[in-house]
Write a protein that binds this ligand. Structure first.
Ligand code: PLP
Length: 422
């Protein structure tokens, strides 16, 4: 099956006389005839649901779809993208250990890694993902356990050289975790280029309609977990009477541990209705992404020609420094998101945003509706103009997330807002 078909024909499939749509199993618990059966579930000796903090049939169907879309052996849904990023790392990196992350990652993930996880005793080194292999190698330490990057960075829109990064990680005996939120599995499949774990904020395009916050972790099942580096996976877990994940679950060891140990203990599991809503969005992911990419390229080419705009960052443009990488890793499209910088700086950016009528001014991105955000006034408000430049965000930068409205209406709205600046 190809991606569009997988969006519709994986996960829940109705049998004879059953509902066509994914049923919402709104139940906290599940009944069993014998105590023995329940005991076996607690021993992880049989498959089955026991409590909706750990798994639920509706969510499980959506997890199957996500694993199929990314080409993984299993997936676990989480209450948010932040929860997915945290669990993906914490599943294999513990107190006193270290991991490496790209400095281009989403601001929320940066804060999680740079502040909150440090408080837990987990050290992170941020690297320039475009640096040479030699340079990146310098960040590795004997206790390094993972590398974390975004396939298409939010909001810098840099394209990751996935093969290069996977190769460096593997030479050091650690997995590459890729946040694939922006291109989605429609445009990019990091696992096919060597990534070991994929995470998503399903809040963005996978839902697509701004109705449900969520996340997921997908395991490729390809990484060889060594006892030297990952005893948590290869030696007995006392909380399961001495069960060893790699022995009992083979190439699904990582994703099984993430669910039965971390989801069990932290409880970051979505409700059935949440999974239903996100699954509904994902059914049309393919057609939406095609339109997002087509509209975004037209908008990017238009904005490049406008005198009010200093620069347009969109990897689909031939003038973009990441264009070659984009053509290798996400050739059919990248996303609907771009960053634009105004010659008139902060003042022009704000006046432009306030003049928009069709586009929504929201703290959101990757929605069916065209929307805009001014980082200097919103997500990065606490920084001075000087600090903004250091963070790679110029005061005149606007993040534009192009929706699936008719392109004429989008261009008309942008045009009237730009004209009003003169
Ligand atoms: C939004 C976002 C996140 C965080 O996801 P939430 O669902 O908001 O917690 C992580 N990574 C990227 C690339 C994002 O855009």
């Amino acid at each position: 099956m190809k991606s569009n078909t997988k969006c519709l024909k994986t996960g829940y499939l109705s049998g004879n006389g059953e509902p066509l749509a994914l049923p919402i199993y709104q139940s906290t618990t599940y009944t069993y005839d014998t105590t023995d059966e329940v005991g076996k579930l607690f021993d992880l000796a049989t498959d089955g649901h026991m409590y909706s903090r750990i798994s639920n049939p509706t969510v499980a169907y959506y997890e199957q779809k996500l694993a199929a879309l990314e080409g993984g052996v299993g997936a676990v849904c989480t209450t948010s993208g932040q929860a997915a990023s945290f669990l993906s790392v914490f599943n294999i990196v513990t107190a006193g250990q270290h991991f490496i992350a790209s400095s281009k990652i989403y601001g929320g993930t940066f804060n999680l890694f740079n502040v909150t996880m440090r408080r837990m005793g987990i050290d992170c080194t941020f690297i320039d993902q475009d640096a040479s292999e030699e340079e990146i190698q310098k960040a590795f330490k004997p206790n390094t356990r993972a590398v974390f990057c975004e396939s298409l960075a939010n909001p810098a829109l840099s394209v990751l050289d996935i093969e290069k990064m996977a190769d460096i990680a593997h030479k050091n005996g650690v997995p590459l975790i890729v946040d694939n939120t922006f291109p989605t599995p429609i445009f990019c499949n990091p696992i096919s280029f060597g990534a070991d774990i994929v995470v998503h904020s399903t809040t963005k395009y996978l839902d697509g309609h701004a109705v449900q916050v969520g996340g997921c972790v997908i395991d490729s099942g390809k990484f060889e977990w060594t006892e030297e580096k990952y005893p948590g996976l290869t030696t007995p877990d006392e909380s399961y009477h001495g069960l060893t994940y790699t022995k009992s679950f083979g190439n699904a060891a990582y994703i099984t541990k993430l669910r039965v140990q971390l989801i069990r203990d932290f409880g970051m599991y979505p409700a059935a209705t949440s999974a239903f809503l996100t699954d509904l969005g994902t059914q049309t992911l393919g057609v939406r992404m095609e339109r997002h990419a087509q509209n975004a390229l037209t908008v990017a080419k238009y904005l490049e020609k406008r005198p009010e705009i200093e620069s347009v960052y969109y990897p689909g443009l031939e003038s973009n420094p990441y264009h070659d990488l984009a053509m290798k890793y996400m050739p059919k499209g990248q996303s609907g998101v771009m960053s634009i910088v105004f010659r008139g700086g902060r003042e022009a950016a704000v006046r432009f945003m306030d003049k928009l009528e069709l586009a929504n001014n929201v703290v959101h991105v990757a929605d069916v509706r065209t929307c805009v955000l001014h980082p200097a006034s919103a997500t990065h408000r606490q920084l001075s103009d000087e600090q903004l430049v250091q963070a790679g965000i110029s005061p005149g930068l606007v993040r534009l997330s192009v929706g699936i409205e008719d392109i004429e209406d989008i261009i008309n709205d942008l045009t009237q807002a730009l004209d009003s600046l003169n």
